[in-house]
Design a protein around this ligand. Structure first.
Ligand code: HEM
Length: 385
């Protein structure tokens, strides 16, 4: 029950949380206003933590950059990470999904995350970048230390703990940085047909990315590019299982798969929240947020705002329009959204083909990711025959 209620709205769409010393935005219109105003709501959080944070990790980490530097880098990486690059992956994604499902063929029960929802996106992102997919145990470890231990980084921590989290994040990610530096250096010497090569070669106005930028951006893709899609796949199957009549509709009419995926993103938004710092005093929904404050735009809550969505607690696979903001909005809109959507559509269709009768198992409920920043299943046992 706790899991499904993560998107609950608060009394007022903009509230100061005195205990944690930060502002919580839960209204859809208000979250949208914050995300659409990147000059007053900054993504680089260092100004809220002036004396603690080693921000070297931020160079090239798009998600934490602002202004011209962000615009320029985003243009540069977009040149390498085009819609065509993503669309061309479709046959490979279908093939991989087929192979992963073949591996559990004939079993009465499967655990969806281990069988498909984790390996599929991580193999896809590894192949896209051009790092060995066989290193995926390593990638999993980095994600786990980031998000899945009790001391892990969480935007929902109080300010003191958050300072420690930020410092810790840099240390924790050192092995990943070193790993990627090695691969990037190799691509400079010997270019290949992969995204890492495109990144070391990409140019805007005659300028190339620095090594740090390449590595931090590749690291962002590696982390943000797989665990979120894992959550999307698991959550979509969980939504279908929890609303069996709706699942029947989708099974019978596959043209509903894309809208069902959007509805899953709305109901169980993988990133429950993102973060900003105010660059000046900002008025929002009648409240004034002072300059330099940490602000959490709660995507999951906004996606259940009854002022925006009819029947917000119902999974409607045909919901249209569905202006959810699970991929954010504006300058930082998720660069990987086309890839996540493509993987979602292919995987959900193939799952429905292979396992039309899949259901959760009484007495063996799913488990959920520990981090309150994330909304996703960790393990989802299914009976498939
Ligand atoms: C940004 C969600 C999959 C790469 C974002 C943001 C959100 C998000 C909410 C904006 C954060 C903010 O404004 O502070 C998701 C969800 C995914 C997903 C829900 C899956 C269901 C992916 C994938 C990739 C990716 C597959 C890469 C292959 C990125 C990057 C950014 C980003 C690079 C930063 C863009 C920028 O700051 O300009 N994502 N993401 N994401 N995402 Fe995703």
């Amino acid at each position: 029950a706790h899991f499904w209620l993560r998107g609950q709205t608060r009394e007022h769409p903009v509230e100061f949380d005195a205990e944690r010393g930060m502002w919580i935005i839960t209204g859809h219109a208000e979250v949208l206003a914050a995300l659409s105003d990147p000059t007053r709501f900054l993504s680089n959080l260092s100004s809220a933590f002036p004396d603690t944070v080693d921000m070297s990790f931020n160079e090239g980490n798009l998600i934490q950059m602002d202004g011209d530097a962000h615009r320029k880098l985003r243009r540069l990486v977009s040149n390498a990470f085009t819609p065509k690059v993503v669309a061309d992956l479709a046959p490979r994604i279908a093939e991989l999904t087929g192979e992963l499902l073949d591996a559990v063929d004939g079993q009465e029960e499967i655990e969806l995350v281990a069988a498909l929802a984790y390996p599929l996106p991580v193999i896809v992102i590894a192949e896209l970048l051009g790092v060995p997919a066989s290193d995926r145990e390593l990638f999993r470890q980095w994600v786990d230390v980031l998000f899945e231990n009790p001391q892990a980084f969480s935007l929902n921590d109080d300010q003191e703990k958050l300072k420690e989290d930020f410092a810790e994040q840099t240390t924790v990610l050192k092995p990943m940085t070193e790993y990627l530096i090695g691969h990037a250096a190799e691509r400079r010497r010997a270019p290949r047909q992969d995204l890492l090569t495109r990144l070391v070669q990409a140019e805007v106005d005659g300028q190339r990315l620095s090594d740090t930028e390449v590595v931090n951006f590749a690291g962002l893709l590696l982390v943000a590019g797989h665990i979120t899609t894992t959550m999307l796949l698991g959550n979509t199957v969980l939504c279908l299982d929890s609303f069996p009549d709706q699942a029947e509709r989708v099974r019978a009419d596959r043209s509903l798969v894309p809208t069902a995926i959007e509805e899953s993103l709305r109901m169980l938004s993988p990133f429950a929240t993102t973060a900003r710092v105010t660059a000046e005093d900002v008025e929002l929904a009648g409240r004034v947020i002072p300059e330099g404050q940490l602000v959490l735009p709660m995507l999951g809550a906004a996606n259940r705002d009854p002022r925006q969505f009819d029947r917000p607690q119902e999974f409607d696979p045909a919901r249209d329009p569905n202006p959810h903001i699970a991929f954010g909005r504006g300058a930082h809109f998720c660069l990987g959204a086309p890839l996540a959507r493509l993987e979602g559509r292919i995987a959900v269709n193939l799952l429905l083909d292979r396992f039309p009768a899949m259901r959760t198992i009484p007495g063996r409920p799913p488990t959920f990711m520990a981090s309150p920043d994330m909304t996703g299943v960790n393990a989802l046992p299914l009976r498939v025959t």
